[in-house]
Ligand binder design. Sequence first.
Ligand SMILES: NC(=O)c1ccc[n+]([C@@H]2O[C@H](COP(=O)([O-])OP(=O)(O)OC[C@H]3O[C@@H](n4cnc5c(N)ncnc54)[C@H](OP(=O)(O)O)[C@@H]3O)[C@@H](O)[C@H]2O)c1
Length: 280
Amino acid sequence: MSRVLVTGGTGTTGKALVRMLRDAGVLVRVASRNPAAGDPDSVRFDWNDPGTHGPALDGADRVFLLPPVESVDPLPQVGPFLRRAERAGIRRLVLLGSAIVLPNAPGAVEVGAQVRAQAGGVVLRASGFMQNFLRPHPLAERIRRFGEIRTAAGDGRLGWVDAHDVAASAAALLTEVSADTRSDYLITGPHAMSYPQAARIITAQTGRRVRVEPLTQDEQAAAYRAAGLPTEFAAALAAVERGIKEGHEDRVSTAVLELTGRPPRAFTEFVAGHADEWAR
Ligand SMILES: NC(=O)c1ccc[n+]([C@@H]2O[C@H](COP(=O)([O-])OP(=O)(O)OC[C@H]3O[C@@H](n4cnc5c(N)ncnc54)[C@H](OP(=O)(O)O)[C@@H]3O)[C@@H](O)[C@H]2O)c1
C-alpha cells in the first residue's frame, strides 16, 4: 500500500501538508500524540515512546519527518527512527529542518546528514516561518497586546517563509517520488526581511502601529524563558537572533518555485490574508 506518514501532522506545517496530499489523492496517515478517536487514518505517535514508531510506519512507503520540537538534540529519538524507516523500505523521507543552525546543537546537524545519506532522503532547511507573527506564537501575542516586537536581531534580515509554502514543497516531493531531486533545499520566502521592516508592513497594511524594541542577547533569552521555553532552547534561540543581526541568515532561494511551480508568498500578501490578527 502506498501511503505517506505525516509526523507533526496536527501542527502548522503538517496540517497544511495533510490537506494538500489528500487533495492530490494521496493516502495519508496523520501521526499525533493524541490521534483523532475513531479515525482509521490517524495513528498515535510520540517521539518519547519508541513503541509507537513501528506501528506508525507500518504500511507507509513515504514519510514527512518533523523532529521533536523545542529540543536541541533530536538525535537520540530520530536516529533509531531513521534506521527503522530504512528497514521498512521507506522510499521517500522528507525532513523539516531549519535554515538556522542552533549553536551547540550537533545532534540536529547529524539528523540532517543521516536523512541525506538515506535513499530518497531530502532535507528542507526552512527559514523563519511567517506564522511566528500569528498567535499563539509569543511574538504575535506581544504585537497584539502591546504593539511591540522585542528582538536582539536589530536590522538583520531573514528569508521569512509561509509555512504553507514549506508544506507545498514537501507535498511536491512526497507526491512524485522521482530520483531527479536534490537531497537538500533551502526553503525561503521571496525576500529577506528585518523585524523593523515587518513592523512597518503590518502597520501599513492594518493600521496597527507596531514598534521594535531592541534587546540584548541575554534579555532575549530571558524573554524566551518567560514565554515558557526550556532554558537551553531559549539560550540557543537568543544566540540565533544575534546571528541574524550579524547578517548570517540574510539569504533567499528559488526552491519553492522549483519544487511547486509557483513563487512563494510575500510577507505583504501574508499580512493582508491575516489582517485581523494584530487588532488590539
Ligand atoms: N517556526 C519557525 O520559524 C521554524 C523555522 C524553521 C523550521 N522550523 C521547524 O518546524 C518545526 C515545527 O513545525 P510546525 O510549526 O509545523 O509545528 P507546530 O505547529 O509547532 O506543531 C508541533 C507538532 O509536533 C507534534 N509533537 C509535539 N511533541 C511531539 C512528540 N513528543 N512526539 C510526536 N509529535 C510531537 C505535535 O503533534 P501532537 O501535539 O498532535 O502530538 C504537532 O503536530 C520545528 O521542528 C522547527 O525546528 C520552524
